[in-house]
Design a protein around this ligand. Structure first.
Ligand code: HEM
Length: 138
């Protein structure tokens, strides 16, 4: 009985968590996948011995960025009608800059240029911060 008292609230919290997660937008799903690849890459990006694995993670980031660039951030829905097109253009432009840097990172890793790979990786972090500041509501 005592066990049940402990398990029931835990089960409730878990199912609530799952319910909240089930409401993820398609973009949030892409971003979560991007986050997973990005975090793994952070550990290995400066290791030329892990080139094949790094290129696979970069391909994952590329794919999720391409998919996200075709989606609208949640915040677009609350933009004033007059400014919405410009807001989405700005979002697409920042996503395009991000994808360009992913291509630069891919080239650096392919060439085994660790310094350039690290510089591109850091740039991606800046673009991520800027993208979240401009388009993501906490
Ligand atoms: C390394 C790059 C990036 C990583 C690791 C990343 C990671 C994430 C994560 C973890 C979330 C939350 C997902 C969730 O709530 O389940 C998110 C959401 C979001 N991110 Fe990123 N992000 C990156 C780059 C960008 C860029 C470049 C932009 C825009 C130019 C952007 C725009 C957004 C927006 C708008 C959301 C909210 C999703 C929505 O509106 O539906 N992110 N991101």
């Amino acid at each position: 009985m005592k066990m049940l008292k402990t398990i029931t609230p835990l089960a409730l919290i878990l199912s609530l968590g799952l319910a909240v997660h089930a409401e993820d937008t398609p973009m949030e799903k892409e971003m979560s996948a991007m986050n997973k690849a990005y975090k793994a890459l952070k550990k290995s990006v400066e290791d030329p011995a892990q080139k094949a694995e790094n290129l696979k993670l970069i391909a994952d980031i590329k794919k999720t960025a391409e998919a996200s660039s075709k989606m609208e951030p949640k915040t677009a829905a609350t933009q004033p009608a007059a400014g919405k097109a410009a807001y989405l253009d700005k979002y697409k432009a920042q996503m395009a800059d991000f994808s360009k840097e992913v291509a630069a990172l891919e080239a650096a890793v392919t060439a085994g240029n660790t310094a350039a790979a690290k510089a591109s990786f850091d740039k991606l972090n800046e673009l991520k911060k800027k993208g979240h500041e401009d388009f993501k509501k906490d």
